[in-house]
Write a protein that binds this ligand. Structure first.
Ligand code: SF4
Length: 439
């Protein structure tokens, strides 16, 4: 089938910050077409009824090398290596996500997220098991309390897909647990007694693996706590098994708002018609949907991929919220990128597209230090009275700082004779001597 070229505007990672965007041609199939072809190839015998049933996908996850090779050819060496990796870090891919993979490309960005790499154990000495020290911040099992007004509830370690970059990879050995009602009650009790908690995040393992009834019990318990203002659900179901977002689930969730959904698209090819429909159902049920992607080597570590991802997200009314630096997790070193890559990506997006399309690039600090935004530095020089700021094109502008110039109140907008021309042509004695304005 002929591929249609997609032209995107962006910059390559090697370019200097502030340089002009370049146009890059990317050969890409429309999202969903690859999936249709693969479904016919690998799961042509599966009825539409089963294909649209999330429980069928869940039961039929590909979770061993033997299952993998019933679908795709793998060399003996690859099989052996994947077998070795899965003794430490298991494999699980839903048939739906399996069909998003371009199996002709060993470096396919969707494949990288799903299929084990020998580097997961080859570089096992690097990183930490629990870099965010979630255990150290757990006053009761399953609940993490790191920030004053927010807590994280982890109800299960089960996920429909095991993402190779997962921060909670350490839990994968434990064979699939769900906290029992007594354990969940202990979490609720902690929240009840901690009046500062106004925001509860329920996250992965994926909470939507729970039945609607069990999830509803937790939400109902939270809604009885007066100081809990909002609930957030972190889920990758819209990406890896969108069939899960059905009417029954959405109807239940709509009863317990405000609930915000944070999902996790990493590549534009994950935004299929099915994924778009899942997000649309959530939005129609009154649940705003945000995206938290992880910056991954070979997956989404270029300006053009991030631009396409974020534009596609906005098209389906999902807000690009965070772009995470990949945590220092054991078994993920091969997927991590230098911090500079993320900064350059943000720099290549900011100003080149609408601000809504630009996520915050953040590092979740080790030892539970919390999330810190990391930005390109636009302030070139600063005094108490004025700043020298470069824009997205690299041009320098002077900016009067009101805090440091109280005596200048009323002289703004040209009255002091310094803002009457093009800002680039103005001179500030302090700053202009240190940097070339308008360059
Ligand atoms: S869905 Fe989230 S918690 Fe589950 S494996 Fe993927 S990254 Fe980890």
């Amino acid at each position: 089938m002929k591929k249609s070229p997609v032209v995107v505007e962006g910059r390559t990672e090697d370019e200097a910050p502030g340089s002009a965007p370049v146009r890059i041609e990317v050969e890409e199939e429309p999202p969903g077409r690859m999936a249709l072809k693969n479904r016919a190839r690998f799961f042509g015998h599966v009825s539409d009824e089963n294909w649209n049933d999330w429980k069928w996908h869940f039961r039929n996850r590909i979770s061993s090398v033997d299952e993998l090779i019933t679908h795709i050819p793998l060399s003996a060496k690859d099989q052996e290596q994947i077998r070795l990796v899965t003794t430490k870090y298991p494999l699980s891919v839903t048939p739906y996500y399996f069909c998003l993979i371009d199996w002709a490309n060993p470096d396919d960005p969707v494949r990288i997220q799903a299929v084990p790499s020998f580097k997961e154990i080859g570089l096992a000495g690097m990183g930490m098991e629990d870099p965010l020290d979630e255990k150290g911040h757990s006053p009761v099992p399953g609940l993490v309390h790191r920030y004053p007004d927010r807590v994280l509830m982890v109800l299960t370690d089960i996920c429909p897909m095991l993402c190779r970059h997962c921060t909670r990879k350490r839990e994968w050995h434990h064979g699939g647990w769900v906290h029992n009602p007594e354990e969940i009650e202990r979490m609720l009790d902690y929240i009840r007694k901690t009046g500062a908690v106004r925001d509860v995040v329920i996250s992965g393992g994926d909470p939507l693996t729970l039945s609607v009834r069990r999830l509803e019990e937790v939400l109902a318990g939270l809604r009885q706590i007066e100081h809990v203002e909002m609930i957030r659900i972190g889920t990758r179901f819209p990406v890896v098994l969108p069939q899960r977002i059905d009417d029954e689930l959405c109807s239940m969730l709509s009863e317990y708002g405000p609930i915000w959904v944070n999902t996790h698209f990493n590549h534009p090819r994950e935004i299929t018609p099915e994924a778009a429909q899942a997000c649309d159902k959530l939005l129609r049920a009154g649940l705003p949907v945000n995206n938290q992607s992880v910056l991954l080597r070979g997956v989404n570590d270029t300006v053009e991929t991030q631009l396409r991802l974020c534009h596609e997200l906005l098209r389906i009314k999902v807000r690009p919220y965070y772009l995470f630096q990949c945590d220092e997790v054991q078994g993920t070193e091969h997927l991590r990128t230098p911090v500079e890559t993320g900064i350059k990506i943000i720099e290549g997006m900011r100003g080149h597209t609408s601000g809504l399309a630009v996520p915050s690039f953040v590092i979740d600090l080790p030892q539970g230090g919390g999330k810190v935004p990391v930005q390109p530095n636009y302030v070139v020089l600063q005094t108490s009275e004025e700043l020298l700021i470069r824009n997205y094109q690299g041009r320098l502008f002077q900016y009067r700082n009101p805090k440091g110039s109280r005596t200048g109140v009323g002289k703004a907008n040209g009255q002091n004779g310094r803002r009457s021309g093009h800002p680039n042509q103005l001179t500030f004695p302090n700053l202009a001597s240190s940097a070339k304005v308008g360059s």
